[in-house]
Design a protein around this ligand. Sequence first.
Ligand code: GLU
Length: 263
Amino acid sequence: MNAKNTKRIVVKVGSSLVTNNGEGLDHAAIGMWAEQIAALLNSGHEVLMVSSGAIAEGMQRLGWTKRPQEIHQLQAAAAIGQMGLVQVYESCFARFNLRSAQILLTNADLANSERNANAKATLETLLKLGVVPIINENDTVVTDEIKFGDNDSLAALVSNLIHADLLVILTDQGGLYTADPRQHADASLLSDAIAGDPALEKMAGGAASELSKGGMLTKVLAAKIAAQMGASTVIASGREPNVLTRLLEGEKIGTHLSSAPNS
Ligand code: GLU
């Protein structure tokens, strides 16, 4: 990755990371990402976040220990949890004198030209104001993310919408492995590949957990979507210390999926 030419960055974080594997919103982790994003903004970058975690937080607030099957109960949990989610983001960013803003979107919003133009204009305005948009799927009206872990693809569509240079997908694993490391002891971390290479989809197949609905496959597919508008994607561990600032200093962490062979 050419860190020098990377100005606009979309950072996607999944439920397991945001809620420390379902134990409740991880203030410390969100605080660390906020600190790194504050440093990136100071060095002239623009950062947007796509964050899941609403359902997990909603379940916590409702005292539900088992994830319900019923979709409207999940949507209700998301509506409750979204309040807590943005509260934590707001207070963590405020510690670094940054403002954040809540954006709830659907893939269908972005497919509609008028809504797409409105979302783009709002995001551009927020970035100009130095505010960090915190985006989640609008779970009240759609269920793509609830069913398929589609915040990965939402993050890629957002990246394309605002012509981001880099999509960083933070997860609870070190990156993309040649096979599922939980089942294959000889699996090794893939450090570089070309986004859209069909071999990646084979490697990524199936590795989802109860909290991380998407697993690796939706991440690899998101990288393919983001590459259409020229953004490269990095899949890395959100628990790696200073992962964002180190990546933007050019350090190799996780899996780098280039949008073009020489980027
Ligand atoms: N957008 C939802 C959230 O933030 C969905 C994630 C899920 O299915 O657990 O919680």
